[in-house]
Ligand binder design. Structure first.
Ligand SMILES: [Zn+2]
Ligand SMILES: [Zn+2]
Length: 279
């Protein structure tokens, strides 16, 4: 984790609390399966996904993507610039994060949920964690959906069932839903909303990855690439890019140390601004 004050840890605490609550509820549902085969299969999947997610989160937070501790050897002709906040020359594709108060190598964005920046050193764990989170949420939605089907549709399909699913807090407040059903419905709704959000996030980052752009560069509209998708996967996820989704503990070294310009081609605007600085 990179710097920050106590307030910056609040989203992290909230994310952890939400994950533990949903995880405990899903585990309870899995353990209450009638069929022992289903129970063991789902328990195995639950443990594998949880370990993978926790491993990715720990590695993501542990691997500092900032310029701290990195030997910076500026080559001014290749887009190095001076950061006023860090008071040093920083390489191309790095950007200053005001939440972390430091420049981050090949900065993608600041992950609010984990209070950590996404950059060169931890990008592989970010993508691995995001993909695993998507699988966890899909698993939670399926497990909860089964219980929701039993609890909410026991009185038959109708407007009441629909309202219980869409606004469980309101139905519980007016006494139309018992507390246990409310908890299941509320967590199921949260999982569905989170699954939709994470799906969009995952698709966006896969699109950026194969185009060789960080989210920062995408927002600014600079840096495109003419390299192949395979080259991009190796540059961002490492030489074992095809295994990083399986486990965060599989070694997959990314070429370079994040200070090289990399393979992208600067936009005409960037080349123009660099040209005017050199004159
Ligand atoms: Zn800086
Ligand atoms: Zn940051």
């Amino acid at each position: 984790m990179v710097g920050g004050n106590m307030l910056s840890y609040l989203p992290l605490c909230f994310s952890a609390l939400l994950a533990v609550t949903v995880g405990a509820e899903v585990l309870m549902l899995v353990l209450n399966q009638h069929s022992s085969t289903d129970r063991y299969l789902q328990l195995t999947l639950f443990v594998a996904l949880s370990v993978n997610l926790m491993g990715n989160v720990c590695q993501f937070v542990r691997n500092d993507p900032s310029i701290r501790g990195v030997f910076l050897h500026p080559v001014y002709a290749h887009g190095w610039r001076f950061c006023d906040q860090c008071e040093t020359q920083v390489p191309p594709r790095s950007a200053h994060c005001f939440a972390c108060d430091v420049c981050v190598l090949r900065r993608d964005h600041h992950c609010t949920f984990l209070s950590t920046c996404v950059g060169f050193a931890n990008y592989r764990y970010f993508m691995g964690g995001l993909a695993t989170l998507w699988a966890c949420l899909l698993f939670s939605v399926i497990v909860n959906g089964r219980i929701m089907g039993i609890l909410l549709l026991r009185d038959g399909l109708g407007l009441r069932s629909l309202f219980c699913f869409l606004v469980p807090w309101l139905m519980w407040f007016i006494g139309q839903l018992d507390s246990a059903s409310f908890v299941f419905a509320f967590i199921a709704d949260t999982c569905v909303a989170a699954l939709l959000f994470v799906s969009v996030l995952l698709l966006l980052h896969v699109w950026l990855l194969v185009h060789g752009q960080t989210a920062t560069e995408w927002r600014r509209g600079d840096w495109g690439t003419q390299r192949s998708i395979l080259y991009m996967l190796r540059s961002w996820l490492g030489h074992r890019w095809y295994l990083v989704g399986l486990s965060p503990f599989i070694r997959s070294e990314v070429p370079g140390n994040g200070t090289e310009p990399g393979v992208p081609v600067p936009s005409p605007q960037l080349l123009q601004s660099q040209g005017s600085k050199e004159l």
